[in-house]
Design a protein around this ligand. Structure first.
Ligand SMILES: C[S@@+](CC[C@H](N)C(=O)[O-])C[C@H]1O[C@@H](n2cnc3c(N)ncnc32)[C@H](O)[C@@H]1O
Length: 243
């Protein structure tokens, strides 16, 4: 089993409550709107997980397909999509030019990007859209600590992303009209680290990382310490592009 598959097997039960961004309807709506889909669209949601993004499209477009490697996550994806396929996004079992839109939220941090981005391009129809949302650091200033915290929270993560990393991959692949849209999510660290898949020592190290962070990190992330929690404004980037 892949590291990511084991991580999400352990996390599946709690997944839908494991951060503020997970259930953020404004974010889900934003991804839906940016994808530019219509009633006749065929949509692929890669790394669909428990289907929270797919659910926004289901019934509003012609067909929604979810793709993931985790049957455990999919157990929580009832009534979210027309079909679910278990396969890695690095090797998708779809013909060329199959979909009008590919969407992905918080999935590409596990990807072999040099395989997954060409696959997204391949399965999209000409004129089809990619809408890819992921957590990033803000800049060189917070990068080192932000990535260290991300690693403690999800040891299965392969990629640590800066704001333009995915859009740069999209441009290199030949996508057009590439844009990056920033979306700030205010996270309760208690909630964010209680994901069911990391040991207590990682949770303690994350809390300690915030306490000992330098002032610049605290300022960029608007870190606030309450009686029993820590709050962090994290940066998500939604990269959009057209084949
Ligand atoms: C953080 S969850 C995101 C779920 C969903 N997109 C959402 O926004 O709530 C990441 C998902 O990526 C899936 N994943 C990890 N590696 C993958 C791969 N190589 N191919 C397909 N899915 C993968 C995991 O199984 C997990 O369900």
């Amino acid at each position: 089993m892949e590291k990511a598959e084991i991580h999400f097997k352990n996390r599946a039960q709690k997944y839908n409550r494991s951060s503020n961004w997970v259930a953020d309807q404004a974010l889900i709506n934003r991804i839906f709107e940016l994808s530019g889909v219509g009633a006749g669209s065929e949509v692929l949601d890669i790394a669909t997980g428990t289907g929270l993004i797919a659910r926004r499209f289901y019934g509003r477009v012609k067909k929604v397909t979810g793709l993931d490697i985790s049957p455990e996550m999919a157990k929580h994806a009832d009534e979210c999509m027309d079909e679910i396929i278990f396969a890695p996004y690095e090797q998708m079992p779809f013909a060329d030019n199959s979909f009008d839109a590919v969407v992905c939220r918080q999935g590409l941090q596990f990807a072999e990007l040099d395989k997954a981005i060409p696959e997204i391009y391949r399965v999209l129809k000409p004129g089809g859209t990619a809408t890819l949302c992921h957590l990033t650091a803000y800049s060189e200033i917070d990068r080192e600590l932000a990535f260290a915290i991300q690693k403690l929270r999800n040891p299965a993560r392969r990629n640590y992303l800066m704001p333009h990393d995915i859009s740069d991959c999209l441009r290199r692949e030949g996508f057009k009209e590439v844009t990056d849209i920033e979306y700030v999510t205010d996270e309760s660290i208690n909630k964010w680290i209680d994901n069911g898949a990391i040991p207590q020592e990682n949770m303690d190290s994350i809390r300690e990382s915030y306490r000992s962070a330098d002032d610049e990190f605290k300022k960029i992330h608007n870190v606030r310490f309450t009686d029993d929690d820590i709050l962090d404004e994290m940066l998500l980037v939604i990269a959009t592009a057209v084949k």
